[in-house]
Write a protein that binds this ligand. Structure first.
Ligand SMILES: C=C(OP(=O)(O)O)C(=O)O
Ligand SMILES: [Mg+2]
Length: 573
């Protein structure tokens, strides 16, 4: 039966395809006493064989689509299945305790997991606990006769449906087959949504209950522009979604004509429209969309894509590739922003009540200096190959910036003394994403070379509303005068000291925000590469002098996000 849902439009585009449920099945079981333990052992052995067969397939697919290194995690899973210490202990438990295989599996794996997890000084062994958990779920699914989702094996066009997607789940989606995704939870600036935009996969998040509203293989229509989702659409609805998809494709063809143009307003002012990237793999989209710079390279994905801390040379190669590809165009590289919703499996962080307010980003870098220094050395060495700027994330105090700069200068000095070629004009800037830094921007501006405003976090911290929580997503209010005043203060403070200001939060590519930012004098606009041509086309129609008047009203006369939205819509009609 047709069912309509409304969620948060998270990544532009429209798709109609079969649902693929990326949902963990119920793996609960009841304990049983077993008489014929030989038969039970052989039932367990069959589950081992079936799990092995799954893993071989998944491993091969992962090697093709993600690369040999990513595929190796599945080798580790197969090794556990082949380890007599693990499977033998389960078989002994079935025989000695006369229990069913599910119970024996649960007991034995529970013991292994708690032993590994107790090794708090050994990150490698702690990570093995995660592997045992994965293998246990796979074995349990075969014992219970239920199917685990295997996204790596998708080989037809689907819409992925999930409760939530982590950034690493999102990275594994194969664009060839995954036409869209829809989730129960999440917000527009959660990292999975940001990645969907850079992968150009249409997405709707925060629908509340899509996982309960659709079943595997049912048809589902998704509109990532409006947030509309229809399960089992009628033929009229399908036709209307398809028409909208065609219109959108035509619109994109129009925008594509601006690929080689500069971004110039109706009154002849030029602004840099730049791209946000997560890995060198995103460079193709940067070139295809004619970015004038890279305004944010989120280097944490380099750390997240790896099974151990990336070496200085691994990092150097990645940074050099990005800098060389961009030639003399500026590349703003942000140092590692781990924590919050971004984790490293090999670097367990303390359990925190409030991870977004916790141990993250520059706080980790200043504390674990060996990691930070390695990254800075790789960046310094790469600086000889292009126009590098470095930016520190989550800076709250001037002292944090000064400490980071001191470390940067120490590493630079060592390299120069060793005869390594490094650029002599690397600008050092900070993200403005903590309200304290925005309020104190006039002081910060004396010390830094530039600011880049991170609205995703600046809004979450100013409004005290988790950026990934759909229940408070109404508080994601980029045009609220409180946010606009912080932005304006930051821009004015920088300009007073002769420094430039960019914005790399999602608001920089928002069609309501762009006119306001032009009016407030923002210098650089950095966004998902796929938004660049849309913004360039919009800028052509706007005059900065007119927008300054609109911004003035929005800052001083309005009391709400919605008022300002209407104000801009009226003024730019
Ligand atoms: C660009 C930002 O950083 P991230 O989205 O990576 O937190 C931001 O907070 O706006
Ligand atoms: Mg941020």
């Amino acid at each position: 039966m047709t069912k309509e849902l409304k969620g948060i439009a998270a990544s532009d585009g429209i798709a109609v395809a079969k649902a693929y449920m990326l949902v963990q099945p119920d793996l609960s079981f009841t304990k049983k006493t077993i008489d014929d333990t030989d038969a039970e052992v052989s039932r367990f052995q069959k589950a081992v064989e079936a799990s092995n067969a799954d893993l071989k397939l998944i491993r091969d697919k992962a090697a093709q689509s993600l690369g040999e290194e990513e595929a190796q995690v599945f080798d580790a899973h197969m090794m556990i299945l082949a380890d007599p210490e693990f499977t033998g202990a389960i078989e002994s438990s079935i025989k000695n305790d006369s229990v069913n295989a599910e119970q024996a599996l649960s007991d034995v794996s529970g013991n292994f997991i708690s032993t590994f997890e107790a090794m708090t000084d050994n990150a490698y062994m702690q990570e093995r606990a995660g592997d045992i958990r994965d293998v246990t779920s796979r074995l349990m699914s075969h014992l219970l006769g239920v199917q685990l989702p295997n996204p790596a094996l998708i080989n037809e066009e689907v819409v992925v449906v999930a409760h939530d997607l982590t950034p690493s789940d999102t990275a594994q989606l194969d664009k060839k087959y995954v036409k869209a995704f829809v989730t129960d939870i999440g917000g527009r600036t959660a990292h999975s949504a940001i990645m969907a935009r850079s992968l150009e996969i249409p997405a709707v998040v925060g629908t509340d209950d899509i996982t309960k509203s659709v079943k595997q293989d049912q048809e589902i229509a998704v509109d990532g522009l409006t947030g509309q989702v229809v399960v089992e659409p009628t033929s009229e609805q399908t036709a209307s979604f398809k028409k909208e998809a065609d219109d959108y494709a035509k619109q994109k063809e129009e925008w594509a004509k601006l690929k080689s143009s500069a971004s110039i307003t109706a009154d002849g002012k030029h602004f840099d429209v730049a791209a946000n990237i997560g890995t060198p793999k995103d460079l193709q989209a940067v070139l295809d969309n004619g970015a004038e710079a890279i305004g944010l390279y989120r280097t944490e994905f380099l750390y997240m894509d790896s099974s151990e801390l990336p070496t200085e040379d691994d990092q150097f190669d990645a940074y050099k590739k990005v800098l060389e590809t961009m030639g003399d165009k500026p590349v703003v590289v942000r140092t590692m922003d781990i924590g919050g919703d971004k984790h490293l499996p090999y670097m367990p962080l303390p359990e925190e009540m409030n991870p977004f307010l916790g141990y993250r980003a520059i706080r980790i870098s200043l504390d674990r200096q060996e990691i930070f220094r390695t990254q800075l050395r790789a960046l310094l060495r790469a600086s000889a190959f292009g126009n590098l700027r470095i930016m520190f994330p989550m800076v709250a105090t001037v002292q944090e910036f000064q400490a980071a700069k001191k470390i940067f200068l120490e590493e630079k000095d060592k390299l120069v003394k060793a005869g390594t070629k490094v650029s002599d004009d690397i600008q050092l800037g900070i993200m403005i994403e903590i309200p304290a830094a925005a309020v104190l921007a006039d002081q910060f501006a004396k010390y830094v070379d530039f600011f880049s405003i991170g609205t995703n976090d600046l809004i979450q911290y100013t409004m005290a509303a988790d950026r990934g929580n759909e229940h408070v997503s109404y508080l994601y209010q980029p045009y609220n005068p409180s946010i606009l005043r912080l932005v304006k203060h930051t821009i004015d403070a920088a300009h007073k000291e002769g420094k430039w200001v960019g914005m790399c939060g999602e608001a920089a590519g928002d069609p309501i925000m762009v006119p306001l930012l032009l009016g407030m004098g923002l210098d650089e606009y950095s966004m998902s590469a796929t938004s660049i041509l849309k913004v360039r086309s919009q800028m052509k129609k706007l005059s900065t002098a007119d927008m300054a008047k609109v911004a003035e009203k929005a800052l001083n006369d309005s009391i709400s996000n919605d008022d300002n939205k209407k104000l801009v819509e009226e003024a730019t009609k």
